[in-house]
Design a binder for this molecule. Structure first.
Ligand code: 4AD
Ligand code: MG
Length: 457
């Protein structure tokens, strides 16, 4: 007799019909002491146990939602069951050691909780249908990101989490210390009090690009800005790529190809999860056609428009909301999607002013704008930022100085330009935001296993 995970049983159930098997899991639902639904976390689908022999009836007071159980029984085909199969047991064991009072007062009690409520017991959310579904999609997405770059012959570079440069030249950075609480002893700090948590792996990745041509990095990055919004985290996962000889239009094409590839894979491999999420949104009066909107994006061209044009269009809606040179914020993104392009398609905005973009971006001949892009998704806004990189030593040095950045710290980065003019471009994608979009979940904190945000670690 073999023990099976429920996902494996569903995958090969035809071979297991009428065989005696062992399953373990927790009780998800029960009725009349006869029907017990079991889940073990390997799939959204429960497996129903149906007690036909009175000998195996479990006393009502012994059964509770959320407690662990072991069942040995025969797997049978059952036409009436939407999952086609159920188990007729000849052995049932309820494991002890649970604290029913705790379970029944936690987010696991058998009723609907808002996602913000689930967040209060973040370590228990994995047990819920909604959160486990999101985690399955997240896991597949990570895997497919690596797959995409591997298939296209990119080299994965693990850029460091601890460094001492603030790659973006803007925004707040977390400092680290090895001195615990006694941080007045700065000279004794392992990194001389210079260690920071990385905000982006880009600069290190560029150095890898000079040797390996097509590279990517994928890891957590940290921002200490006090941004308490539905789409900001203090720790989030960024995918970044740098490619030798790529120009802006190549970066645009690559980003579009990547997004379409990922959406295709999710549509194909996460059907059950997307169906569950659509039902979930429906039940709570948020009608989200997740599969339809992914399909639409796969089958259509992205809108591509310059920063200057989008500012003109925004000013047509309301002359006072923005001026040339201002950054495009969440409020503007809403107008762009709801009033200017009401098409639910991603938008690529290119050539942002240099005054709102980092020092490493290549500048256009107009000397005001950069060879840069942001890609926006409906509901989420900015998902990707990228550019052609400045390859002239002199110009780069000038911009570092003009931005009041520490030249000494960036000397290594400047030195790369001494290898000659090797044009290259790159981009960064906020992966947690992408999961938000795919799942239709409003708050980024609900698509991350352990979200870190202002006021919450
Ligand atoms: O636009 P950002 O800041 O770009 C960079 O860091 C570049 N160095 C990337 C590169 O060219 N290699 O960040 C990239 C993306 C944003 O478009 C956004 O999707 C996401 O990262 N992002 C955040 N996601 C969650 N929480 C935050 N606080 C985020 N800040 C940026
Ligand atoms: Mg950006």
């Amino acid at each position: 007799m073999k023990k099976y995970y429920i996902k494996d049983i569903y995958d090969i159930y035809k071979k297991l019909i009428n065989k005696k098997i062992i399953i373990k899991g927790w009780i998800k639902y029960y009725r009349n002491s006869i029907f017990i639904d079991i889940n073990d976390g390997t799939t959204i689908k429960n497996l129903q146990v149906i007690i036909k022999n009175k000998k195996f009836l479990v006393k009502e007071k012994e059964i509770n939602i959320g407690i662990p159980i072991k069942v040995i029984g025969k797997l049978v085909y059952q036409k009436k069951n939407i999952n086609n199969i159920e188990i007729i047991p000849n052995y049932i064991k309820i494991y002890k050691g649970y604290d029913l009072n705790y379970i029944n007062n936690s987010i696991l009690q058998n009723k609907y909780h808002k996602l913000s409520k689930l967040r209060e017991e973040v370590y228990l959310r994995f047990r819920t249908n909604i959160f486990s579904t999101i985690m399955r999609i997240r896991s597949l997405l990570f895997f497919e990101i690596h797959n995409f770059f591997n298939k296209n012959k990119y080299i994965l570079i693990n850029t460091p989490i601890i460094n001492k440069n603030n790659a973006e030249g803007a925004g707040e950075v977390f400092k680290i210390t090895s001195l615990g609480d006694s941080n007045n002893l700065t000279s004794k700090d392992l990194f001389n009090n210079e260690g920071k948590l990385t905000v982006s792996g880009q600069l290190e990745l560029e150095s890898a690009m000079y040797g390996l041509a097509k590279v990517y990095t994928f890891g957590p990055v940290f921002r200490a800005d006090n941004s308490n919004t539905f789409k900001h985290l203090s720790e989030f996962w960024m995918l970044e790529s740098e490619i030798m000889y790529y120009k802006l239009k190549d970066i645009i094409n690559l980003s579009i190809k990547l997004i379409k590839y990922l959406f295709k894979k999710i549509l194909y491999k996460c059907k059950n999860e997307l169906n569950y999420l659509e039902e979930y949104h429906n039940k709570h009066n948020r009608f989200k056609k997740l599969k339809e909107r992914l399909t639409k994006i796969i089958n259509n061209k992205f809108i591509i428009i310059s920063y200057t044009k989008i500012i003109k269009l925004l000013k047509k809606v309301d002359n006072n909301i923005i001026n040339w040179g201002d950054d495009i914020g969440s409020n503007h993104e809403k107008i762009i999607f709801n009033k200017i392009f009401n098409m639910s398609l991603p938008i690529v905005i290119y050539n942002f002013p240099k005054c709102i973009k980092p020092f490493y971006m290549n500048i256009n001949t107009d000397s005001d704008t950069t060879k840069s892009i942001d890609i926006l998704l409906p509901d989420i806004g900015e998902i990707i930022g990228g550019s052609e990189r400045e390859i002239s030593y002199k110009k780069l040095l000038k911009r570092i100085k003009n931005n009041n950045m520490n030249v000494k710290d960036l000397n290594w980065y400047l030195n790369l330009r001494k290898l000659g003019k090797i044009s290259h471009s790159g981009f960064g994608l906020g992966v947690d935001r992408l999961i938000q979009f795919i799942t239709g979940i409003n708050n980024i904190r609900d698509v991350v296993p352990f979200p870190i945000y202002p006021g919450h670690i």
